[in-house]
Design a protein around this ligand. Sequence first.
Ligand code: C5P
Length: 226
Amino acid sequence: MSQAPVITIDGPSGTGKGTIARKLADFLGWHFLDSGALYRIVAVGAQEKEILLNDIKGLRRFSEAMKVAFSQDFEDSISLNGKEISSQVRLEETAEKASLVAAIPEIRSALLKKQLIFRQNPGLVADGRDMGTVVFPDAELKFYLTASPEERAQRRYKQLINKGVNVNLRALLKDIASRDERDTNRKVSPLRPADDAVVIDTTSLTIEQVLNRVLAEVKTTFPVTT
Ligand code: C5P
């Protein structure tokens, strides 16, 4: 039996890829994978279980055994071993720890298996850093979204301020730059576009404009579904 089709959307944070991926999954009626959430969940779980980030064995055991559940739209509710943890998952400090956890090869391979399970009919839209390069290299369509670091920091700043979180733009830009550096230069699954990815620079584009570009490609690749 042939495998379910996959569309991958990779890129650094603040490019709008999460929003675009969700909208696309919704439009197509496909499943959605927010792979970054899995790395964030390991970071939250490690903190709760008091597993140090240099305890690779402990982290691996935890990552393999953890029971994760996402609500239908993936955004609202995330539970870890039956406990609701979505607000901790979305914190900036969790993103920082997730990026440390994500550089550990043992954790990446433990989470790889969990990510592959999301590939189910009628199809999957997968959002992350290595969806097109490592996790779903045979995906039918791959996107890589970019934007300048300043624009990405601005977007994140607005998002956090709207949520009532008090943040400093300059500190945010520094955090984003250091996470980019770590994600791009790590030995395993570094952040980079797949050779066959459609690259879109979103710096001066609205979400709607990016979505239109993405949909145009999707309609060419999947004329029947759309
Ligand atoms: O996308 P998000 O900000 O939730 O990702 C948090 C961190 O998880 C990233 O900075 C990156 O280090 C890691 N990550 C990864 N591979 C993925 C998704 C996320 O390494 N596929």
